[in-house]
Write a protein that binds this ligand. Structure first.
Ligand SMILES: [Zn+2]
Length: 311
């Protein structure tokens, strides 16, 4: 466990045997232990092993605090609650039904990951409705003995929330502040279908900035600071990615070919800045072909609604 502040740390879940892909945060106090985004079921042994080495057993856990329900953040939740039924699970109301009945979530993920589902995510168990505590923007909760402010931060997912601990200046931002694997790495936006909305995403970045956090904990991966510079770099790369997808849509070819072209362009950008292993690891955190699909869906929807508006 890497320490962020007194009683607050994070664990590298070693997703797909690759370092610095998924971080789970741990908030510890005599009042209990909370995990922010426990990750997928496939990395549960790593999570429990790291907790165990710090003297934390599964029965010591009191809360799972979710930024959103995507499998790389929340897939292990049902299994954890089954093993410790006292756990409370904090989640936005739009995500809650899909924890209780993950059928649609798994179907949607299945369309993106196909035969890789089991290997990537492991078993996804439903979460009993009685374990859920619904959160909304503006709420204040206490988890792991820490007060947390809640902000509604959609854009990556329509049910995404972020959490801020004012005592330490730490913000737990899930995927809203993008992916940055290493100090020299680029800040890329994970934009898989189906919820991507860049305009709404910008309002979420403004909400995080309004907290004036000292450090943001990115799920992919780890602490990021100073926050203003980081978020501005995210804005630049989000705009660049959207420009590339627009350019791809103007090319006279199939979506498969457009997806491949976009993927190559992003790979080229990364390879100018880092070695092959680090560049490849970005794709383990968020596949570029899926980023194309999410952005293309968003841009096409926006164009369609403009055509309707101008009638
Ligand atoms: Zn993620």
């Amino acid at each position: 466990m890497e320490t962020l502040a007194a009683g607050i740390s994070y664990i590298d879940l070693g997703f797909q045997d690759t370092p610095r892909i998924i971080a789970a945060a741990v908030l510890q106090s005599p009042a209990g232990v909370a995990i922010v985004d426990p990750g997928p079921a496939s990395t549960l042994p790593t999570l429990l092993g790291a907790l165990g080495r710090s003297g934390i057993g599964i029965d010591d856990l009191t809360a799972i605090v979710l930024t959103h329900i995507h499998l790389d953040h929340a897939g292990a939740t049902g299994t954890l609650v089954r093993r410790n039924p006292r756990l409370r699970v904090y989640v936005h109301e739009r995500g809650a039904p899909h924890l209780v009945d993950p059928t649609k979530l798994l179907a949607s993920a299945g369309r993106l990951y196909g035969a890789e589902m089991e290997r990537l995510w492991g078993e996804v168990r439903p979460v009993p409705a009685g374990a859920l505590a619904i959160v909304a923007g503006g709420d204040r909760i206490e988890a792991g003995g820490r007060p947390l402010h809640v902000a509604y931060t959609p854009g990556h997912a329509s049910h995404h929330v972020s959490y801020f601990n004012p005592e330490t200046g730490l913000a737990f931002v899930g995927d809203t502040a993008g992916i940055k694997r290493t100090a020299r790495g680029l800040v890329l936006a994970p934009t898989p279908p189906p919820d991507i909305d860049l305009e709404i995403w910008e309002t979420s970045l403004a909400r995080i900035e309004a907290w004036r956090p000292e450090t943001m904990l990115l799920t992919h991966f780890g602490p990021a600071a100073p926050c203003a510079a980081h978020l501005n770099e995210l804005r630049v790369h989000m705009a660049l990615a959207a420009d590339l997808v627009r350019a791809s849509l103007a090319r006279d070819e199939t979506d498969e070919a457009r997806e491949r072209w976009f993927t190559e362009q992003v790979r080229l950008q990364l390879r100018r800045r880092m070695d092959e292993a680090d560049a490849h690891a970005y794709e383990v955190a968020g596949r570029f072909d899926l980023n194309w699909r999410g952005l293309a869906r968003y841009l096409r929807k926006k164009t369609d609604s403009r055509i309707v508006d101008s009638r």
